[in-house]
Design a protein around this ligand. Structure first.
Ligand code: SF4
Length: 615
């Protein structure tokens, strides 16, 4: 469909919705979705803005391939200044919401200001209006979607919304669409809640159109789908086990962060793995996994749909949690499980359901519980403060805390701060396992060295989706590199970061990169979009996007000091596994990376670099 060339600007303070033409010069320089929306954002928002102030903006954006027949072409992103991090935030989600936005004829929706009362945005093709959401405030994501669909009397209406976490200021609230797909990280849902914006409901009937060269596009998308179908990861591993295919693999490598990164291998990893989700439970003779599932237009179908054991302590007498629902994905299973030493698969699925229902990020939540459990282990937090015993490995504590967090009940209010603010409050900032106040995902950088650099330099705080060198260091995609060495990782991280910036701006899922390189994406974009999209142009666009985000963060006050890892990863060697005895070599890799990027020793892009990138 290329671009619809239309932007919807919603002034929440005034209650107005206005259409404006897409800036096509910027579209040629920043492509779409992450890149193009960030360009709008950095042009319009003061980098020093308080993320929760009305002057912060929030943009929902599609890419040129969103809504097309390109495989996985259903993505959209939310761009804002993150509540959790204070850095540029871009959170990407699948499901069907993004494609519906495109079908309604919009490349992006820009929200500015703050509504005086709770509202939701209703879009039907060209028509957009803000509606009262008083009756939705206080409702969960699942209730909100159901009520809106009933009100609109159209089951094809697609909804994204915040849950109680976003309303109550949990610093890592998500925006959830299609019940269990989320723009999950950095607190984009917290920003949405601060604007009194409860939900967006979209119905689009225009379908896909506007492809530059339909015949060439058909040919390119068919060829790219063939690549996915012939790759073992995207045609077998992901559909069969989902991202959970990684649990046992990463554990064996000695890179599965366990008990707040005290350990790198989890003795119960097998019990919470993708393989375990397939096995019959001894309790009721049924497997947790019901089926796999796909987002719009996806030929991989990595999604997990699961059903809990109705007799598990977390859901006894709670039939509302007995139906089939989304999860577990690898990052959530790790954060709720290994990060806390919890090996009870059913408890993880329950906590994951609560994260979806109440709209908060299971990675940050799980990691924050892990930090709290370490504070408890050290005697800094007492049973009376938490409201329960909370040793590492306690499934009961995990379940109870997940129920308290979005509602802000008791210690749940403190967990809602995220681990950086929580650990600082109790005098142990070094126990927060993250970068730029955002918690690590599921890879220990003592066992996968490149990921340490990718985390430290990620523009949105610690993140695996900004430069997934696991592909190379673990899976050998596109080439195998040694995970235990730092040599060559600066260039590797840069290459992954720049390429990912393009994929995130195109409208497709980053999981395609297990099989695709830019050379598979390029013919699809070139056939869909006017302007001549060569490999050289795409490479430059990716690098330009990365540097644009960096400039915003630098202006917001971030410095080279923020491109660092917690002391534990630099001073406490891995105790077991292949990385035994190793710490992460971030201090060696960082200067090499700055050099590869054309930045000075303070991490500031040089004049030559900016000139070369047209910034
Ligand atoms: S690979 Fe998975 S996350 Fe990506 S679009 Fe397909 S189903 Fe969705």
């Amino acid at each position: 469909m290329g671009w619809t060339k239309k932007v919807l600007r919603v002034d929440l303070t005034k209650g107005t919705c206005k259409s404006e033409p897409l800036n096509m010069k910027w579209a040629q320089e920043y492509l779409g979705q992450r890149g193009l929306a960030t360009k709008y954002f950095v042009e319009e928002v003061d980098p020093k803005v308080d993320p929760l102030a009305p002057a912060n903006k929030l943009i929902m954006a599609t890419g040129p391939l969103t809504g097309t027949m390109a495989s996985t072409g259903g993505r959209y992103s939310v761009i804002t200044k993150g509540a959790l991090t204070g850095a540029i935030a871009c959170s990407n989600s699948g499901g069907y919401f993004g494609a519906e936005m495109k079908f309604a004829g919009w490349d992006m929706v820009i929200f500015e200001g703050k509504s005086p009362k709770p509202v939701y945005l209703a879009i039907e093709d060209d028509k957009a209006e803000l509606r009262d959401a008083a009756h939705l405030w206080g409702k969960t994501v699942w209730q909100t979607e159901e009520i809106i669909k009933k009100t609109h009397q159209d089951p094809q209406t697609r909804v994204c919304s915040i849950g109680r976490a976003g309303e109550n200021g949990v610093m890592y609230a998500c925006i959830v669409n299609d019940l269990h797909r989320a723009a999950g990280r950095s607190g984009v849902g917290t920003v949405m809640g601060s604007k009194n914006l409860k939900a967006v409901a979209i119905r689009g009937t225009k379908g896909a159109g506007g492809i530059k060269d339909g015949k060439a596009f058909m040919k390119a998308t068919v060829a790219a789908k063939k690549v996915l179908a012939e790759n073992a990861v995207t045609s077998q591993g992901l559909p069969t086990y989902g991202t959970q295919v990684l649990m046992n693999v990463i554990n064996e490598m000695g890179a599965l962060p366990t008990r707040n990164h005290r350990d790198v291998q989890f003795e119960d990893a097998r019990k919470i793995s993708g393989e375990a989700m397939h096995e019959k439970r001894p309790t009721d003779g049924k497997a947790q996994l019901v089926t796999n599932a796909a987002c719009f237009g996806c030929t991989i179908a990595c999604g997990r749909i699961s059903k809990m054991d109705e007799g598990h302590f977390s859901v006894v007498n709670k039939p509302e949690y007995w139906g089939a629902s989304g999860g577990l994905e690898y990052e959530a299973a790790w954060a709720l499980g290994a990060a806390n030493g919890v090996g009870d698969l059913e408890a993880l699925q329950y906590a994951n359901l609560i994260c979806n229902e109440d709209g908060y990020d299971p990675i940050t939540f799980g990691a924050t519980v892990g930090a709290a459990m370490e504070l408890y282990d050290l005697g800094i937090l007492k049973k009376e403060q938490i409201g329960m015993e909370a040793p590492f490995g306690s499934a009961q504590a995990l379940v109870k805390l997940s129920e308290m967090t979005a509602k802000g009940e008791g210690f749940g209010k403190e967990l809602g701060l995220g681990s950086a603010r929580l650990c600082a409050k109790y005098g142990k900032p070094e126990l927060s396992m993250g970068v730029k106040k955002q918690e690590f995902p599921a890879y220990d950088s003592r066992g996968i060295q490149g990921m340490g650099l990718a985390y430290a330099t990620s523009n949105r705080g610690a993140c695996h989706l900004r430069g997934y060198t696991v592909a190379s260091e673990v899976l050998g995609i596109p080439v195998k590199t040694d995970p235990l060495v730092t040599e060559g990782k600066a260039d590797l991280v840069k290459a992954f970061q720049d390429a990912t910036s393009v994929f995130d701006s195109a409208g497709v899922c980053v999981f395609t990169t297990f099989a695709w390189t830019l050379a598979d994406l390029q013919p699809q974009l070139d056939a869909a979009c006017e302007g001549g999209w060569s490999m050289e142009k795409l490479a430059l666009v990716g690098e330009r996007i990365w540097n644009m985000e960096r400039l915003f963060n630098n202006a917001a006050g971030f410095t080279a000091k923020d491109d660092d890892l917690p002391p534990r990863l630099k001073t406490e060697p891995a105790k077991t596994g292949p990385a035994k005895g190793l710490v992460n070599g971030i201090d060696k890799m960082r200067p090499e990376y700055y050099k590869a990027r054309g930045w000075d020793e303070k991490g500031v892009p040089s004049k030559d670099t900016l000139k070369r990138l047209g910034l």
